[in-house]
Design a protein around this ligand. Structure first.
Ligand code: SF4
Length: 411
């Protein structure tokens, strides 16, 4: 089956506009991240917003925790390349100020802003300005009454009830520009809360595993939660919450959606073999070098780094371009066809140069470019392939010997 043809049906939600970015309905799933600068320092914050947008963030959130932050937002919003969400905890007045500053969306934590009259005042003002609000329930800051009601525990039901209570306040003032999150740092809890919420509402959902921690553990946690829900068709916008440079959050969010086929590929998808006894180079190093070399290039291609020419070109034949190591040289292949041979030290620069060529001119032009070098490249690959097989044998991992031994021991 063509892997590209596999899709996950998406649950239909209403659509809202966060500035000029649609969220929900049939809009592409969006990537969010959050600045870690002081919002009052508008120049530093804008610089970070630009970096996040370049890394793939469609929407950026900034804290609005003090009057100076609200003033910072008034300066940030007109110069931001992406819509801005103001993050509000505890003080509903900051929400009103953020609206005055012109933000494109608010995030309210129902566990922290508890007075119904305050919630309704914010919703009424947001309604007048046509600005949506994210109800951001957080397992760690659940309303104390709900915590108690559910046996002094944070449960999916308690989190969903918190969201529903907030929706009810909004509906009282006829406000429905809503998106919702029910984040927790516990992955199964978060997954179940979103599943239950998705059954009960058709507002767009913002996915995230809160306080996932530093990479790599945090990436695993966030991906486990977000990816599981995406595969179930749940989620309209996502955020990786990592203890790390927020640019990583934006990159990872984008990468996850591209890998799911939920966003058009903008960046290189680097595939690399895990290396084994047959490898003729330090695959980890070459793959890392390739990753670094492609990091800031916007090339929507699949690129392969393979440790040997015996299996590399075949196993990575779907890649647009790849390189496999031979005897101190690299075998460049396009869609599994050997096109050129280069010295080991030039493997990564050659890979980048050909990837840029393919991006600009296409695969057919690359094949044409390789017409002269391809026959020699095929011969060289065959030589290195045979050499590797003769020196290391067909069974480089000694599997057959081990199977023999097991059989003997059974007799
Ligand atoms: S056989 Fe070659 S391509 Fe496969 S893991 Fe080993 S080195 Fe990499």
């Amino acid at each position: 089956m063509d892997a590209g043809a596999v899709t996950f049906p998406r649950k239909k939600t209403r659509q809202i506009m966060v500035g000029n970015v649609p969220v929900g309905g049939d809009a592409p799933i969006t990537v969010q991240s959050m600045t870690i600068t002081k919002t009052a320092d508008h120049e530093a914050t804008l610089q970070q917003i630009y970096a996040l947008a370049a890394a793939g963030a469609d929407i950026v959130r900034c804290t609005c925790n003090e009057p100076a932050a609200a003033e910072g937002l008034a300066r940030i919003v007109p110069r931001s390349p992406v819509p801005i969400v103001a993050d509000i905890h505890h003080q509903y007045r900051r929400a009103l100020e953020a609206l005055e500053a012109g933000v494109h969306c608010l995030r309210l934590n129902p566990g922290n802003i508890r007075k119904p009259e305050h919630i309704k005042a914010v919703a009424a003002e947001a309604k007048d300005r046509n600005v949506p609000i994210r109800i951001g329930v957080n397992g760690g800051s659940l309303h104390p009454d709900l915590y108690k009601k559910y046996g002094d525990r944070v449960t999916p039901e308690a989190m969903v009830e918190s969201a529903l209570q907030e929706i009810a306040y909004f509906e009282e003032v006829d406000f429905d520009l809503i998106k919702i999150s029910v984040k927790a740092s516990n992955v199964p809890l978060m997954i179940e809360a979103y599943r239950q919420l998705s059954e009960q509402v058709d507002y767009p959902l913002h996915l995230g595993v809160t306080e996932a921690g530093p990479p790599p553990g945090g990436i695993v946690k966030a991906t486990a939660g977000i990816a599981t829900l995406l595969a179930e068709g749940i989620g309209d916008t996502i955020r990786y919450s990592l203890t790390s440079d927020p640019v990583d959050e934006a990159r990872l969010g984008r990468q996850l959606l591209e890998n799911f086929g939920l966003r058009d590929r903008k960046n290189v998808d680097l595939i690399a073999c895990p290396s084994c006894g047959r490898a003729e180079i330090d695959v980890f190093k070459v793959a890392q070098d390739a990753q670094d070399a492609f990091a800031d290039k916007k090339l929507p291609l699949q690129v392969a780094v393979m440790g040997c020419v015996v299996n590399g070109p075949g196993e990575a034949r779907d890649a647009d371009i790849g390189i496999a190591a031979g005897n101190k040289r690299g075998h460049l292949f396009v869609k599994g066809t050997n096109v050129a041979v280069v010295p080991e030290a030039e493997m990564v620069p050659t890979l980048v140069e050909w990837a840029e060529f393919i991006n600009e001119h296409g695969i057919d032009a690359a094949m044409k470019r390789a017409e002269e070098s391809a026959p020699a490249a095929r011969r060289a690959a065959e030589e290195d392939r045979n050499r590797n097989l003769n020196e290391l044998g067909e069974d480089v991992n000694d599997s057959e010997q081990k199977v023999e031994l097991m059989r003997k021991q059974r007799d």
